[in-house]
Design a protein around this ligand. Sequence first.
Ligand SMILES: C[S@@+](CC[C@H](N)C(=O)[O-])C[C@H]1O[C@@H](n2cnc3c(N)ncnc32)[C@H](O)[C@@H]1O
Length: 243
Amino acid sequence: MIELFPEGFEELEAHDGLELVAYTDARGEERLWQVFGAGRVEEIDQGWEERWRHFHRPVRVGPFWIGPPWETAPDDVIAVVVDPGAAFGTGAHPTTRLAIELLATLQPGSLLDIGCGSGVVAIAAAKLGFAPVAGIDLEPQAIAATVRNAAANGVSVDARCADAREAELPPAQVTVANITLASVEALAERVFSERLVTSGYLASDEPALPGWERLERRELDGWAADLHRPAVSPSAPNRHTAT
Ligand SMILES: C[S@@+](CC[C@H](N)C(=O)[O-])C[C@H]1O[C@@H](n2cnc3c(N)ncnc32)[C@H](O)[C@@H]1O
């Protein structure tokens, strides 16, 4: 479901297990059928794209308050105001929270946010003093949201629409990738950074990242995020960068 609907889906407790619900259109329904076979389809009222706003509540993550523009941040926090629109990233998802927590432990430098979604991680990084900050996402809606949210927060994020599995990845001192397990694994050999923060997978998952050595893992609600540095091996490619 994460692969099919990275922008989000719903988990509902059912009497005999867990029900996963995607709010989508005919193309999304087709993808569901291809992957899972038969499923249940219900027509829903117009305006469902906007209804998530009722559930977009502020969260506290490390030094940050992350919330929507219609809420007011307290005075004693670093505020990250995010209106994700149709992009992923209110700040509340455990993978986002964990990635930001790990980021907050690092020395600020240049940063690349792969799968920037709403821009929430990139903006939090910029507020911690990371610069320059770049973001990449597959979805044009995500790039639009990142640009809009960066401007609203008064920070600079160079956001680019591209498939990170194919596009050239700019070197950065820190790279963050909150995407999926398969994409994280596919990207690892093409990232050139002093530190790599990965997330987007379950606590039961162990990403196989050749050339990287894990320094720390954090877990929340069954999700995980990891901090890595380049493996110290004479045969490993040099993943350090001076930018
Ligand atoms: C789980 S969301 C993370 C959003 C935000 N960074 C956060 O932490 O809340 C993953 C994002 O990665 C993007 N994405 C997935 N695969 C990608 C790829 N191959 N290249 C670029 N972006 C990708 C999705 O469009 C989505 O916006």
